[in-house]
Design a protein around this ligand. Structure first.
Ligand code: CAA
Length: 260
């Protein structure tokens, strides 16, 4: 399951998806967006996959943004359609039941930061740089960045980053709550894999419902979110995974979840 610009390796329930255009610092053109959408859609359907790791090829960039060389000639209609295409991918990633971990191994700029923000967890290498340079190009973030960043770190810090167009280092992204963890570039793949393995040991229905509750609950009032959470909690009691997980605890053995 690979595309011209995307590598995908599946091992022990963990899919590693790599944007592979290092000559363009993995910039997202419409072809890359299409391939990413197809591959992630396939991984969501694939029962053998429990967690996805998303990263960029090479040592310089995760993704250095949407492809400026493709956008330079776009008219207003095409710009709008391009943003909708990118946003569809970001929204799909939120809707996926499987957690997606971003392993940010260098520049995460513009559409690249938007891609990382659409992931559930961001691990970054200490050479990573985060930013929204769109205003330096006369545009604004268009793949959900204004919305996702302000919701994640609050409007004041989001405005500082978006209005200035400046890049911040990984340590600051960590301090601001964008990156969950920062490590050396040499450690990054192993750290992301260790988290993926930890998650993959758990019942996939529980993990998927937890993601659903958090993502959807953020768009609800607290009371509606509580109601939504209790409904999902109740539904899980109709699953074999709940019987297995609690049965294993009582019987003092390791749970063998089946995702049913
Ligand atoms: N689109 C297209 N090509 C890109 C690119 C991008 N976003 N970012 C880098 N590249 C290309 C460069 O043009 C260059 O190609 P050539 O060798 O053919 O000239 C190659 O990748 C290597 O890049 P640099 O030589 O520029 O590398 P550097 O180390 O000197 O600089 C950088 C690295 C600071 C990241 C610089 O490449 C840069 O500023 N890139 C653009 C970042 C940017 O503005 N991203 C936001 C795009 S807009 C957007 O994403 C809109 C949205 O929200 C949807």
């Amino acid at each position: 399951m690979e595309g011209k610009n995307i590598l995908c390796d599946i091992n022990e329930g963990i899919a590693t998806v790599t944007v592979n255009r290092p000559e363009s610092l993995n910039a997202l053109n419409s072809e890359v967006l299409n391939e990413l959408e197809c591959i992630l859609y396939g991984l969501e359907q694939d029962n053998s996959v429990q967690v996805v790791i998303l990263t960029g090829a090479g040592e310089k960039a995760f993704v250095a943004g949407a492809d400026i060389k493709e956008m330079v000639a776009m008219n207003s209609y095409q710009g709008h359609q391009f943003a909708i295409q990118g946003q569809r991918l970001m929204l799909f990633m939120e809707k996926m039941s499987k957690p997606v971990i971003a392993a940010v191994n260098g520049y995460a700029l513009g559409g690249g930061l938007e891609l990382a923000l659409a992931c559930d967890v961001i691990y970054a290498s200490d050479n990573a740089r985060f930013g929204f340079p769109e205003v330096t190009l006369g545009i604004i973030p268009g793949f959900g960045g204004t919305q996702n960043l302000a919701r994640l770190i609050g409007p004041a810090k989001a405005k500082e980053l978006v209005f200035s167009g400046r890049m911040i280092p990984a340590a600051k992204a960590h301090a601001w709550g964008i990156a969950n963890e920062v490590c050396t570039q040499a450690e990054l793949a192993a750290k992301a894999l260790a988290l993926a393995r930890e998650i993959a040991k758990n019942g996939r229905l529980g993990v998927g419902y937890a993601k659903n509750a958090i993502v959807n609950g953020l768009n609800m009032t607290k009371e509606d979110g509580f109601r939504y959470e209790s409904s999902l909690f109740g539904v899980l009691f109709a699953t074999e995974d709940q019987k297995e997980g609690m049965g294993a605890f009582v019987e003092k053995r390791k749970a063998e979840f089946k995702g049913k």
